[in-house]
Design a protein around this ligand. Structure first.
Ligand code: LIP
Length: 257
């Protein structure tokens, strides 16, 4: 299966870069029309839709028999064992405010298990890729998580819900954690946060209430770079509870969360 997974990784990388170039050009021309989804702060731009349309067209061309699930409404059922999870712009708020922390996230999965992935950050032109059992790369550089062994020197990424009701509890959790760690970063795109753990820019990332398309690609890239992944209790990871870290601080983080 390894040649197949590498081939799927290369398909994801090619399409993520194409979609990234499209949205980056769109951002430079102005973010275009904006609508809201689950709340007044959960926004979607015309470039989210255009990116998902491009990705859909390219996957239909290159991987005709596969299933596809996208954040902006794509739900195609195919006949192959593979399902593509697509976030056409992860970090839409950053995109809208012209902040660099947004990403194209594309993963091929068997069931819920990612086996090939690409995350492209258009503003910094960084392409993170991984194939299950083969490692993870930033461009041609192999990725490895940080060597942090103690929570009090750890830089921790996180994110917050679009629901204001959930954010109060999330803020209380942060206020308990903050005195125990080096610092907190809220980068605004789960896929980027997961890649930052993979390359050691963050020592850990946790968040609740994600979707499969936010998580799938970055999860594989982080785990192939040596990250330990679980939910907040150390059980198998799900989009609703994501805890990804360098191994040396994972159990301390479980105790603190
Ligand atoms: C975003 C996530 C981020 C989370 C935001 C939002 P979107 O995804 O990547 O981690 O904190 O609330 O859900 O909506 O920009 O694709």
């Amino acid at each position: 299966m390894s040649a197949e997974y590498i081939a799927l990784m290369n398909v994801a990388a090619r399409i993520a870069r194409q979609a990234g170039d499209l949205v980056y050009a769109g951002r430079r021309a102005g973010a275009g029309t904006v609508q809201t989804k689950s709340s007044a702060t959960d926004m979607v731009t015309e470039w989210d839709a255009a990116s998902e349309q491009l990705i859909l067209q390219q996957l239909d061309l290159l991987r005709t028999d596969d299933s596809i699930i996208g954040e902006e409404g794509t739900h195609l059922v195919g006949t192959s064992p593979y399902t593509w999870f697509v976030d056409p712009i992860d970090g839409t708020t950053n995109f809208l405010y012209n902040l660099s922390g947004y990403a194209i996230s594309i993963a091929a999965c068997i069931g819920a298990e990612p086996i090939a992935a690409a995350v492209f950050l258009p503003a910094t032109r960084e392409l993170f890729v991984a194939a299950q059992g083969h490692g993870a790369w930033l461009g041609s550089t192999p990725l490895r998580v940080s060597s942090c062994e103690s929570l009090d020197t750890a830089l921790i990424g996180t994110g917050f819900s679009y629901s204001s009701a959930r954010r109060e509890a999330q803020g209380q959790r942060i206020s308990r954690l903050l005195p125990q760690v080096r610092d907190i970063r809220r980068c605004g795109a789960a896929a980027a946060d997961l890649c930052f753990v993979a390359c050691g820019r963050l020592d850990a990332y946790f968040e609740e209430g994600l979707q499969s398309w936010d998580l799938a690609a970055g999860q594989l890239i982080a785990s192939e770079a040596g990250a330990k992944i679980s939910n907040f209790s150390g059980e198998p990871i799900t989009p609703s509870e994501v805890l990804v870290s360098t191994p040396g601080i994972h159990s301390s983080l479980i105790a603190s969360l």
